[in-house]
Design a protein around this ligand. Structure first.
Ligand SMILES: *[C@@H]1O[C@H](CO)[C@@H](O)[C@H](O)[C@H]1NC(C)=O
Ligand SMILES: *[C@@H]1O[C@H](CO)[C@@H](O)[C@H](O)[C@H]1NC(C)=O
Ligand SMILES: *[C@@H]1O[C@H](CO)[C@@H](O)[C@H](O)[C@H]1NC(C)=O
Length: 333
C-alpha cells in the first residue's frame, strides 16, 4: 500500500511539475544492470559496515542477510546507492527451508515443525508442507520487501536432495514435488508483493539443480554454491552441476524468454581457514577453464572462503591468480 501511494505520488509530481521534489526517489523499475553477468558480492556472515566505503564499488548486485538488513535499516539504502548516480540491486538472504535458533522470529515458529538439525548446527529443517510454516516464511518475505530488498535469495530449498540419498536427513522425507510446490507458493507471494521500486519482489532459486528445469519459469534468478564441483576434493560426494542452470542465462527454457542472472559462489580448497592465497591449480580450475564446457557461461562468479562463511572477503577471476581480491568492511558480530 505504502509503495503504491509512493508510485502514485511520484507520477503526480512528475505530471504536475510540483516545485519541490518528492521525498522518496521515483525509481520504478529495476536498473538496466540487472542482467546475466552483472558483478555481485555476497556478505551474510556479518553486517556490511557502511560507515566505510563500499567495496567493490563496481559490484552492482549485493546479497546480504535479511536479519542484518532488518537490524540495520541504513545498510540497504547505502548499498543501493553507494555513490551518486549508482543504482544497485539488493538481494536478501532468507532461510526458507530451515530455521536457526538464534533468529529473532524463532520463538514464534511452531516447535513441532522443527525437523532434524542441519549438519549439527543449531539449524533445523522445517516441514515445508505445513500451512503454518508456509505462512511463517511468507511473513519473512513480505517483511523483506518492506525493508527495501529487491529480491529474496531463498536458501535451503534442497531438502529433497538430502532425503533422496536414502536417509531422511531433514526428518520430513521431503520429495522434489514438495519443494517445487513450496517454491511456487513463496514465489507467487513475492511476485504479488511490491518492493520500494514499485515492482514485484524477485525470488531466487538456491542450488537444487534437480529441479532447475521445473523452476526456471517461476524464479527470477539463481544463486549457486560449488556448481563447478570441488576440484578433486571429496570425490563422489559433490557433483558439478553448472550446466543445469545454463538455460537460466540464455532464457531458452523460459516461457517468456527472459534471461536470468545466475550468481555463482565457489569455495576453492586453497581458501580454507581464511586463507587468501588462491593456488594456481585452483585458479586454473575455477577461473580459467572453458566456460562452454563447464556450463557457467554468463554466470556472475565470486570466490569466497572455503569455510562457507560468506564474510566480506572475496575474489573475482581475472587474468592473473593474485588479481581481483576485495574485502568489504563488516561490523563485528
Ligand atoms: C520417513 O520415512 C521413513 C521410512 O519410510 C519412515 O520410517 C518415517 O516414519 C518417515 N518420517 C516421516 C516424518 O514421515
Ligand atoms: C531446456 O529444456 C529441455 C526440455 O526439458 C531440456 O532437454 C534442455 O536440456 C534444456 N536446456 C538447457 C540448456 O538446460
Ligand atoms: C570451448 O569449448 C567449446 C565446446 O567444446 C568449443 O567449441 C570452443 O572452441 C572452446 N573455446 C576455447 C576458447 O577453447
Amino acid at each position: 500500500m505504502h509503495t503504491r501511494f509512493t508510485l502514485a505520488f511520484c507520477l503526480a509530481a512528475t505530471t504536475l511539475a510540483f516545485p519541490s521534489p518528492p521525498e522518496e526517489p521515483c525509481d520504478y523499475g529495476l536498473p538496466s544492470i540487472w542482467k546475466p553477468g552483472v558483478k555481485w558480492q555476497i556478505v551474510i556472515h556479518a553486517p556490511v559496515d557502511i560507515t566505510q566505503s563500499v567495496i567493490p564499488l563496481d559490484a552492482r548486485v549485493w546479497d546480504i542477510d535479511y536479519f542484518h538488513a532488518l537490524d540495520h535499516p541504513d545498510i540497504i539504502p547505502a548499498l543501493k546507492s553507494p555513490a551518486d548516480g549508482i543504482d544497485n540491486v539488493v538481494l536478501c538472504y532468507v532461510n526458507v527451508g530451515a530455521i536457526e535458533s538464534y533468529e529473532d522470529d524463532y520463538p514464534e515458529f511452531p516447535q513441532d515443525a522443527l525437523g532434524k538439525s542441519y549438519e549439527d548446527y543449531p539449524e533445523y529443517w522445517v516441514d515445508i508442507r505445513r500451512p503454518d510454516v508456509v505462512q511463517f516464511m511468507k511473513e519473512r518475505i513480505i517483511k523483506a520487501a518492506e525493508i527495501g530488498c529487491d529480491g529474496v535469495d531463498a536458501d535451503n530449498i534442497d531438502g529433497y536432495d538430502q532425503d533422496e540419498e536414502g536417509v531422511d536427513k531433514t526428518g520430513w522425507n521431503l520429495t522434489r514435488s514438495d519443494v517445487i510446490g513450496y517454491v511456487k507458493s513463496l514465489a507467487t507471494l513475492a511476485h504479488n508483493t511490491p518492493t520500494h521500486r514499485g515492482v514485484p519482489l524477485m525470488f531466487g532459486q538456491k542450488n537444487a539443480p534437480h529441479i532447475a528445469s521445473d523452476l526456471v519459469s517461476i524464479v527470477d534468478f539463481a544463486v549457486l554454491e560449488d556448481c563447478q564441483g570441488l576440484n578433486g576434493r571429496l570425490p563422489g560426494v559433490h557433483e558439478a552441476y553448472c550446466p543445469e542452470f545454463q538455460a537460466f542465462v540464455t532464457g531458452e527454457n523460459r516461457t517468456d524468454g527472459k534471461k536470468l542472472p545466475v550468481f555463482e559462489i565457489e569455495y576453492p580448497g586453497s581458501l580454507e581457514g581464511g586463507s587468501t592465497e588462491l593456488t594456481i591449480n585452483d585458479w586454473e580450475y575455477y577461473c580459467n577453464r572453458n566456460k562452454t564446457e563447464v556450463g557457467n557461461e554468463g554466470f556472475s562468479l565470486v570466490l569466497k572462503h572455503e569455510s562457507g562463511q560468506l564474510d566480506g572477503w572475496g575474489q573475482y577471476c581475472q587474468s592473473e591468480v593474485e588479481m581481483g581480491q576485495v574485502r568489504t568492511a563488516t561490523l563485528p558480530i
